[in-house]
Design a protein around this ligand. Structure first.
Ligand SMILES: C[S@@+](CC[C@H](N)C(=O)[O-])C[C@H]1O[C@@H](n2cnc3c(N)ncnc32)[C@H](O)[C@@H]1O
Length: 202
């Protein structure tokens, strides 16, 4: 799969949003971790705000993004516990049961519907027993729905099916008028999820 040919000086989400606070959903997810010295995967890590929060919490992090800017930012972070991969998550083999926390915030909707199931299955397979998945999806009332055919917009019911077998800790739906990364007005419909992978005996 070809990577988006971002040049470092071009505007991208990573360049527009660097040096911000981590997502509040991730802060909530970190509170649920039993041990804070495990491995985390940040899918679509972008500006690395969440990745750096994971590092501060004591985890080692694999950060994956199609944007070359993310890898450049990672080099500036200079933490040996951070491995940044300039790659499409669809091309990245996720090691089985390798992660205690997988973060995929504001990235999964950018996958076409046909790829989402497979990526989500390998993400869930990458969680160890008791591991936490912290992710967001866009809903069908989002103003991009119907205008961006290569993206995925899900009803709560469809999402319910996709997350079957996981223990939902946060499973909430939000509709609000806000702005996109460039500051332009946008209607958002967001599903926020924190789930725990149950062990075989649970
Ligand atoms: C809206 S940004 C969110 C970034 C970060 N998770 C955050 O919340 O600040 C989406 C990011 O996902 C990346 N991305 C989009 N599709 C991807 C894919 N198939 N594989 C890996 N990264 C992808 C984009 O380059 C971008 O940095």
């Amino acid at each position: 799969m070809s990577l988006t040919p971002y040049l470092l000086e071009q505007e991208s989400y990573a360049s527009l949003r660097a040096r911000r606070e981590p997502n509040w959903l991730l802060v909530q997810a970190l509170d649920l971790l039993e041990a804070q010295n495990g491995h985390a995967l940040d899918v679509g890590a972008g500006p690395l705000n969440d990745t750096q929060c994971l590092l501060r919490a004591g985890l080692s992090v694999d950060a994956v993004d199609t944007d070359a800017h993310t890898v450049a930012l990672a080099a500036r972070v200079g933490d040996p516990r951070l491995r940044a991969h300039h790659a499409d998550i669809r091309d990245v083999p996720i090691a089985s049961e390798a992660y205690s926390l997988i973060v995929a915030i504001h990235v999964l909707p950018f996958l076409p519907r046909g790829d989402l199931d497979e990526v989500l299955t390998s993400i869930i397979g990458g969680l160890c027993d008791g591991g936490i998945l912290c992710c967001t999806f866009l809903g069908t009332d989002d103003s991009w729905a119907g205008r961006r055919p290569h993206m995925t917009f899900l009803s709560r019911r469809q999402l319910d099916t996709l997350l079957l077998g996981l223990d939902r800790i946060v499973f909430s739906e939000h509709r609000y008028d806000g702005r996109n990364a460039k500051g332009e007005p946008k209607r958002w419909h967001v599903h926020r999820c924190i789930c725990r992978k149950l062990g075989d005996r649970e």
